[in-house]
Design a protein. Structure first.
Length: 142
């Protein structure tokens, strides 16, 4: 009986090592892919992202255009401002989503991670922008 208990504990410990560790700090240089903007999920197969550079510059994809701006990160407070973009035009639905994302970024006042490890960027009121950490695409490393 004791051997079964010890084996069960060993199995449980090894299973826990397979789960991703809960992230508890917002890291500069980490690439995040947007899943939701406030109350709405992204349009299928659209791609929005956020990376906070070590130089105080934030950048990513807004769905159609690349975006870039400045950020200040102090504790769990995050402020993104002075956002600019490239000037491509895409389908109206993608442009609407891009405009919502770019309007939501300067409204962010704090960040945290959910129990599942998802980054949440919270405005002063309303629902969060929700993002997942992932490796940066090759075109963002250039």
């Amino acid at each position: 009986m004791r051997l079964v208990f010890v084996a069960s504990l060993a199995l449980l410990a090894s299973a826990c090592q397979l789960l991703p560790a809960k992230q508890n700090s917002l890291k500069t240089g980490q690439h995040y892919r947007v899943e939701w903007i406030g109350e709405r999920p992204l349009i299928d197969r659209s791609y929005l992202s956020l990376t906070l550079g070590q130089d105080g510059k934030a950048f990513g994809h807004a769905g159609c255009n690349r975006w870039f701006g400045d950020y200040q990160l102090v504790g769990n407070q995050l402020h993104i401002d002075r956002i600019a973009t490239t000037r491509k035009r895409c389908a109206p639905s993608l442009m609407e989503q891009e405009n919502r994302y770019l309007a939501a970024l300067p409204e962010v006042v704090r960040w945290d991670f959910s129990d599942t490890g998802q980054l949440q960027l919270w405005p002063a009121s309303g629902a969060a922008i929700r993002l997942w950490a992932e490796p940066a695409p090759a075109d963002e490393l250039e």
